[in-house]
Design a binder for this molecule. Structure first.
Ligand code: NAP
Length: 498
């Protein structure tokens, strides 16, 4: 099926508007059934150097194209993504494993981002402000940075790339994009769309290859002035320290240990729906996935009972079969990590009341599947309550009060997303103020970000930047302050003001 959709067995780099072959490549495997879908190039620093040279040249001209005209390309890209949505979604499910309904949602996020960022072509607002001296004008403007590097993970192969590349392109930058080797197809499809939409050659370049070669070469290239990275904390820390040595701007979006708080006054049916969707959707492989449930002790038993009923109903299997609600884990390493944490949970004394095992019988044997898992009676300091597992595993932590729930939520090194189920208006307002995360949901699970709001986290989740929203432009632009003195004489700021 992949072949009938893709029409190629070999992906190529997209450099300077051309599809460029490489010597080495690796097989891309469908995590649902172990079948090879396509081969992905394994490039080296030579490809990065060629792409940067092309990008430098293209960027000079692209920056001079009026932003509303740059935006026209994004409008076309959004329209083409819309027309190809079903095809893109099916390919996304094949390379990543997430169920088709979620894949459609992810592609839609990219479409939304295209139209939203196209609008920025007519805004890209700066400020005008009064000058402190007479006959003087002052303003601030955004300017492109130049050539920017984006490095993306496998868990959102298209949405995250659009959060980064669309604002970069509309702001007048040229992009070098290294997609995750695990999921290269969305990059191929998006580059083809840009090519057909008429983006000048060299403005978007896709270089495939391992993080340790292509990613590293990008991070260390003098002419790539920004690195925008989404992925794990280990990789992010490494990239940040390398960029720090070069005084290179770096934007990091990394892991989470997101919690749903369920108070004693919550609508429990709604809370259960929210938990199941945000904990087990995408098999828990979302940076915003709920992996902790912090529950008031008075409703703990009732919540557990209802969760167990809903877990039992979850259908697990190939995401292309629309009967399935939970897809596979991305690869064997991911599966082993989840298994390791369930063992840790047992050893720490948490009670495992659902799941906890690899599904490896019948058709499951061909892919990587893990049963939705629920640990209860966890304490906040257990490793399964603190560390990112990145799988369908919930650690349920009982608390005695609203204040304790907030404290437990904030007592982790991450700060991406949090959620609270309560019907008390005072608690709602206190919670949105006190939950120390970049995203807060009230009476909804921990997932479901919309692209026109800033996406990112506090503390160990990032370094203060945001993807999506108008805030994404800050990563890809430099502010310039411009003073125009029309007094005809030298006026000295702070001195000639009296
Ligand atoms: P990862 O292993 O850190 O990989 C992310 C990207 O970095 C991949 O393209 C990878 O390339 C590349 N990379 C690896 N080593 C590198 C190096 N030394 N230099 C430059 N690039 C390098 O993360 P992942 O496993 O793909 O993604 C899962 C993680 O992403 C989770 O922790 C999740 O929470 C996080 N995430 C965060 C957000 C957010 O917005 N906060 C969103 C989604 C995911 P290769 O894999 O091709 O080698």
């Amino acid at each position: 099926m992949a072949q009938s959709l893709l029409k190629t067995e070999q992906l190529n780099n997209f450099i300077d508007g051309k599809w460029v072959e490489t010597n080495e490549s690796a097989a891309v495997v469908n995590p649902a059934n172990g079948e090879t879908i396509v081969n992905v190039p394994l490039s080296d620093d030579g490809s990065v150097n060629t792409a940067v040279e092309a990008a430098k040249k293209a960027q000079k001209e692209w920056a001079l194209v009026p932003a509303p005209q740059r935006a026209e390309v994004l409008l076309k890209v959004g329209q083409m993504m819309k027309e190809r949505k079903e095809r893109l979604s099916q390919l996304l499910t094949m390379e990543n494993g997430k169920v088709l309904e979620e894949a459609r949602g992810e592609v839609q996020e990219g479409i939304d981002m295209a139209f939203y960022m196209a609008g920025e072509g007519r805004r890209l607002f700066g400020h005008t402000t009064p000058a402190e001296l007479p006959n003087k004008f002052s303003m601030s403007q955004r300017f492109p940075v130049g050539v920017v590097g984006i490095i993306t993970p496998w868990n959102f192969p298209i949405a995250i790339a659009t959060w980064k590349s669309f604002p970069a392109i509309v702001a007048g930058n040229a992009v070098i994009w290294k997609p995750a080797t695990e999921t290269p197809i969305m990059a191929y499809e998006l580059a083809k769309i840009f090519e057909e939409a008429g983006l000048p050659k060299g403005v978007l370049n896709v270089v495939y290859g391992k993080g340790s070669s292509v990613g590293d070469a990008m991070v260390n290239h003098d002419d790539i002035r920004v690195i925008s990275f989404t992925g794990s904390n280990d990789t992010g820390r490494h990239i940040a320290s390398e960029c720090g040595k070069q005084l290179k701007k770096v934007s990091l979006e990394m892991g989470g240990k997101n919690a749903v708080i369920v108070m004693d006054d919550a609508d429990l049916d709604l809370a259960v729906e929210g938990i199941i969707w945000s904990a087990y959707g995408t098999s828990g492989q979302r940076c915003t996935a709920a992996s902790r449930v912090i529950v008031h002790e008075d409703v703990k038993e009732r919540l557990e009972e209802r969760l167990l009923v809903e877990i039992e109903k979850l259908t697990i299997g190939d995401g292309l079969d629309e009967a399935n609600k939970v897809g596979p884990i991305i690869n064997k390493a991911g599966l082993e990590k989840i298994q390791k944490y369930t063992q840790i949970g047992r050893e720490e004394g948490a009670s495992m009341i659902a799941g906890g095992y690899v599904l490896d019988e019948g058709d499951y044997r061909k892919g990587h599947y893990f049963a939705p898992t629920l640990f209860t009676d966890c304490t906040p300091d257990m490793r399964i309550s603190q560390e990112e597992i990145f799988g369908p595993v919930i650690s349920l932590i009982p608390v005695k009060s609203f204040e304790e729930a907030i404290e437990v939520n904030n007592g982790v090194t991450f700060g991406l997303s949090s959620s609270i189920f309560t019907t008390d208006a005072n608690r709602i307002f206190k919670a949105q103020r006190d939950l120390d995360t970049g995203i807060v949901y009230v009476n909804a699970g921990t997932t479901g970000a919309e692209i026109h709001l800033p996406f990112g986290g506090t503390k160990g989740t990032g370094n203060g930047h945001r993807d999506s929203g108008v805030q994404a432009l800050d990563v890809f632009t430099e502010w310039k302050a411009v003073y125009v003195d029309y007094s005809g004489k030298l006026q000295r700021a702070q001195i000639d003001t009296e």
